[in-house]
Design a protein around this ligand. Structure first.
Ligand code: TXA
Ligand code: MG
Length: 325
């Protein structure tokens, strides 16, 4: 079982960072908080450490990992930055944006981490604990979300322990994550910027910096979408009914906004993502709400959620969670 450090306790935090650094240097796995979701971290240069990530998650080897670095300068040693990518990095790093860029072969990143592609996904996380770990190890850190492959991403240390407990050496517990959705993934080459995964940084903010709309990978038959975007993903065991205007007998309700639909008083359980209808609050609560309702009912009615701002990513995750049941 992992050693768990309560990072909000100043008497424990330093020992937590040190234990994480030792585990990572030995090729071990660490559950660590980022501002988006908890990550399952390992040394991105080590084939053996990266292989342990795939094994622990049960993740298909063709699905590449995000490499976390402390700064744009560190990222530039690993990938080439077209002008548009540099503008995005300067505007949004540290923060919930991942850039998929042409990989520099000399960077020493394990080919397992990039699934043999000639691109690499890079992110500079904003969470102080993730930043402290990066500063302590001085290594590029591969870190997918710290959940079993196909399951809902973890927004608390308890979620990490429940999904992966036995496989990780250390978990750094910094409480619930602030954003609650994974980073937005944008692929940039010399010509275009593609939205590969909607996420915690809304499309509109990115397009304002680019001065152009993000393209979608579906528009280009030569360019496969992000390998991780399998239709069914982020999935609870329960069956989800989206855009529900009522609650049927036996269903739990995932609510949004001030007024509940007919049948809500008979719901098996109710979680309201944001009684005031705030999408930032809803994003932060989404994954914990899915885990909670999953334990209480076999079917979940999901109220409509607006598509603007973070709503694009929230609705994307809900569609995947509902897929193929
Ligand atoms: O917020 C996040 O991004 C979290 C935290 C821990 O940083 N990490 C995360 O990692 O969500 P993961 O592995 O669960 O999702 C990474 C996504 C996948 O959809 C993967 O296919 C895509 O990024 N990706 C990684 N490398 C890629 C590449 N070279 N080309 C296209 N997509 C890539
Ligand atoms: Mg994931």
């Amino acid at each position: 079982m992992p050693e768990i450090f309560a990072m909000s306790n100043p008497a424990v935090a330093g020992a937590g960072i040190a234990a994480a650094a030792v585990a990572l240097a030995r090729g071990g796995l660490v559950g660590l908080p980022t501002e988006t979701v908890y990550g399952l971290a390992a040394d991105a240069r080590s084939d053996k450490a990266v292989a342990a990530i795939f094994a622990a998650k049960g993740r298909p080897r063709f699905n590449p990992l995000i490499v976390h670095v402390p700064s744009l300068a560190a990222a530039e040693r690993i990938a080439d930055f077209p002008a548009a990518a540099r503008r995005l990095a300067e505007a949004f790093w540290p923060g919930p944006l991942t850039l998929v860029l042409p990989r520099r072969p000399a960077a020493g990143i394990s080919p397992l981490a990039t699934a043999g592609l000639d691109t690499v996904a890079l992110r500079v996380p904003a969470h102080p604990v993730a930043r402290a770990v990066l500063a302590a190890v001085d290594l590029p850190i591969a870190a997918p979300s710290a959940n079993r492959s196909g399951h809902v991403s973890p927004t608390t240390a308890a979620h990490v322990a429940a999904d992966l407990g036995a496989a990780v050496a250390v978990i750094l517990d910094a409480g619930p994550t602030r954003v609650g959705l994974e980073s937005t993934v944008v692929g940039v080459d010399g010509k275009r910027a593609l939205l590969l995964r909607a996420g915690g940084l809304p499309r509109g903010q990115i397009e304002r910096v680019l001065g152009a709309p993000l393209e979608s990978p579906g528009d280009d038959p030569d360019r496969p979408p992000s390998p991780g975007m399998l239709a069914r993903h982020y999935a609870p065991a329960a069956r989800l009914r989206l855009d529900a205007r009522d609650v049927e007998p036996g269903e739990a309700l995932l609510a949004f906004g001030p007024s509940l639909p007919p049948g809500a008083d008979g719901a098996a359980a109710i979680v309201n993502l944001s009684p005031s209808g705030d999408l930032t609050e809803a994003a932060a609560r989404l994954f914990a709400a899915l885990r909670e309702l999953d334990e209480k009912a076999g079917r979940i009615a999901v109220m409509p959620i607006p598509q603007d701002g973070l709503g694009e990513a929230i609705n994307d995750r809900l569609r995947r969670a509902a897929e193929g049941r």
